[in-house]
Design a protein around this ligand. Sequence first.
Ligand code: NAD
Ligand code: IPM
Ligand code: MN
Length: 361
Amino acid sequence: MHLRIALLAGDGIGPEVIQEAVNVLDAVGEVGGHTFEYMPLLIGGAGIDAHGTPLPNETLQKTLTCDAALLGAVGDNKFNKLAPSERPEAGLLKIRAELGGFANLRPAIAYKALANNSPLRHEITEGADIMFVRELLGGLYFGEPRLWDKQLRRAHNTMVYTQDEVERVARIAFDIAAKRPKKKLTSVDKANVLECSQMWRFVVDQVANEYPNVTVEHQLVDSMAIHLMTRPRDFDVILTENLFGDILSDESGVITGSLGMLPSATVGGKVNLYEPIHGSAPDIAGQGKANPIGTILTAAMMLRISGGLETEAKGIEDAVVQVLEAGYRTPDILSRNVDGQHAVDTQLMGRLLVDLVKANL
Ligand code: NAD
Ligand code: IPM
Ligand code: MN
């Protein structure tokens, strides 16, 4: 297998975690005779610093020639005063729109070895295994008009969806649910207040008719935030619009133990985009404290979805379980007063995973 991969390391801890994912990919390639060709490209603050724009044209054009794109994170506090359209985050939103992937898959799993890391009790998180399907190209993020009118001292954004946009992401969520053991889909909305959500619910129910084997429920987003923390094991596939999914998937970091553990894959467009769900973490950037596991699991999703390399993806996911069971912990997953843990930095966590992946394959 040969994969051309656009490497969009970005800002903050982005380059640190991407390097570890590349090392793991190289190990997979070495063992299995696969070649991964990387194309390092600038995005976010790195794009602004070098070319005055968060998505340089070269980045977009070259990414469009690749089989997959792997992104670290974008964003830096030094750009906080810029308008949304000029910030590093605008580069990420623009490349998402240009690549066209509309279904962002965000799995959240409770690892046994990390049971002590969650503020939730074991019996609540044990066995939790959720797949968020977050709509990624609609809603408030992209709706027009949008404006902060400083003279009028007024600002507005627009939440907008078409039925087709809801239908296509719902279909992906149902397809995934139909293949999972629990075969359950929870659609999240705010249908008691928003027209967008009433339409969302209507379309989801229509698509549900095509999937008689999948159990469907609807939840309002506010109470869903607490159900997710009090009974995460009751959920299987969770389908949401863009902003609700952004918030709830970060919240699911509590189930896993750290935001740094969570991967994602965006499918449905010209080039699939793979990114951990966390951001550039300016508070820990450059200190070797970043947990690379979310990005390494993201690379596993890339091998599975874009490369068809199921065994290799599983080899990485098993290595993550093994490294956690052996007690290795970056600072974000280090528990106080628990024996048998070994504190490691970003690079050592990466090296341990490289060795385990090689042994697994
Ligand atoms: P964040 O996800 O960067 O960090 C939140 C908290 O989680 C911080 O305390 C951070 O140290 C910790 N954390 C995050 N990832 C970690 C990891 N891999 N290992 C250990 N700890 C980790 O969110 P934020 O602080 O709200 O945002 C910082 C910047 O990142 C902002 O500019 C934001 O816009 C941007 N952001 C980018 C993306 C992306 O590029 N996909 C996603 C979210 C936020
Ligand atoms: C994420 C991030 C992005 C989002 C930002 C940085 C645009 O929070 O990937 O979750 O809101 O989608
Ligand atoms: Mn987010």
